[in-house]
Design a protein around this ligand. Structure first.
Ligand SMILES: O=P(O)(O)OC[C@H]1O[C@](O)(CO)[C@@H](O)[C@@H]1O
Length: 253
């Protein structure tokens, strides 16, 4: 894993956006794997700013999102469908029919998982997958213990994940209990992966990611097996790792 250390959240957002813009300029019909959550908000803001100032076009770009809650109406303000439309898609020129999320309202969620997996294949696979990380090491909604061989599937959300995401809802009871997520093998099939990590709350897990061997109890450690992963982390997120002896060996950038 290549590590890019940046000063703060602003620099993280700018750096990550720059790499996404580069990808879209190189390959206008790229398939972008997109993420939700708090960390990536600044990246979408940067991409929107760039789209308005420099006219980077997403007209031919396709997108697939990592995950979606089960049971929220698509237009519920906390559905990831709403999140993506409100915070990104409606501000750029991406075509609605080119944007994809799992359907958390499907009658048959197992079939929906299969459909989503086939869709990613039909699009030709993911060129660049953007990832955040949960405090417990989850990627997408793949909680600790998820098989590294998993494809798109239904997950029961860890209580800690529901608590972490409760800040977006009126109360913890309103946070859905289940979600559909790309599996770990689905994520790993992306040609390139960018993991963004910001803030003190992520410092312990980021340190574990770099210092721990590969283990299904820390889903993100699977990324060590991927040949093209860039981690962008800010000073606060790196604060625990920076205290480790020999940590500089881990830095490639
Ligand atoms: O950026 P945040 O809000 O800390 O979330 C980290 C990760 O957790 C999730 O929000 C899921 O809980 C992912 O979508 C995200 O990548």
């Amino acid at each position: 894993m290549k590590l890019i250390a940046v000063k703060d959240y602003k620099q993280l957002s700018e750096k990550a956006a720059k790499l996404i813009i580069q990808k879209v300029n190189e390959k206008p019909d790229a398939v972008l794997g997109l993420a939700t959550g708090g960390t990536v908000v600044g990246i979408y803001e940067e991409l929107i700013r760039d789209h308005k100032e420099n006219a980077t076009s997403y007209k031919h770009t396709r997108s697939v999102n990592l995950d979606e809650y089960i049971g929220l109406a698509p237009y519920h303000e906390q559905s990831y469908f709403s999140y993506m439309n409100e915070l990104f898609f409606k501000e750029i020129d991406i075509q609605a029919q080119h944007t994809h999320l799992p359907n958390g309202q499907a009658h048959n969620v197992t079939e929906e998982c299969e459909r989503y997996e086939q869709l990613i294949k039909a699009l030709g696979g993911i060129d660049l997958q953007l990832l955040g990380i949960g405090e417990n090491g989850h990627i997408g909604f793949n909680e600790p213990g998820t098989s590294f061989h998993s494809l798109t599937h239904v997950v029961k959300l860890a209580q800690s994940t529901r608590e972490a995401n409760a800040r977006f809802f009126s109360s913890i009871d309103s946070v859905p209990t289940h979600a559909i997520t790309m599996g770990i093998a689905t994520i790993m099939s992306s040609r390139e992966i960018m993991l963004v990590v910001s803030g003190e709350k992520k410092a312990e897990i980021l340190c574990e990611l770099f210092t721990h061997g590969k283990t299904e109890s820390i889903p993100a450690t699977v990324l060590k097996d991927h040949l093209n992963v860039t981690v962008i982390a800010d000073e606060q997120a790196l604060s625990v790792l920076n205290k480790q002896e020999n940590h500089t060996k881990l830095f490639t950038t």
